[in-house]
Design a protein around this ligand. Structure first.
Ligand SMILES: [Zn+2]
Length: 98
């Protein structure tokens, strides 16, 4: 799990998960430092969520029912989304623009 660049406190899963859902910035609860997700991490988040959903829905489609395919695809999407806080890297907001 990524750590705060200022005080080195580990972010909690819930903090990062909420941030990934909102695509905003997150503030360290200990020191208040603002952090933003890095661009490679955004690509990783997309490749863990949307890409498996699309590949499953468009190419694999093991079920004859479209509803079941979409339901399982959404389940894969949600599972991927729940794992994203473990791979997402964050940088202090002011350092990312340098
Ligand atoms: Zn901090």
């Amino acid at each position: 799990m990524t750590k705060c660049d200022c005080c080195h406190r580990s972010f909690h899963w819930g903090e990062l998960f909420n941030n990934i859902l909102s695509y905003g910035s997150t503030h360290c609860k200990s020191c208040g430092c603002e952090h933003k997700i890095t661009f490679p991490s955004r690509i990783a988040v997309t490749s863990m969520t949307v890409v498996p959903f699309m590949v499953f829905g468009l190419f694999l489609t093991p079920f004859k029912s479209n509803g079941l395919t979409i339901a399982v695809g959404l389940l894969i999407y949600v599972l991927g989304l729940m794992l994203t806080p473990f791979v997402a890297n964050y940088k202090q907001a002011s350092e990312q623009n340098v």
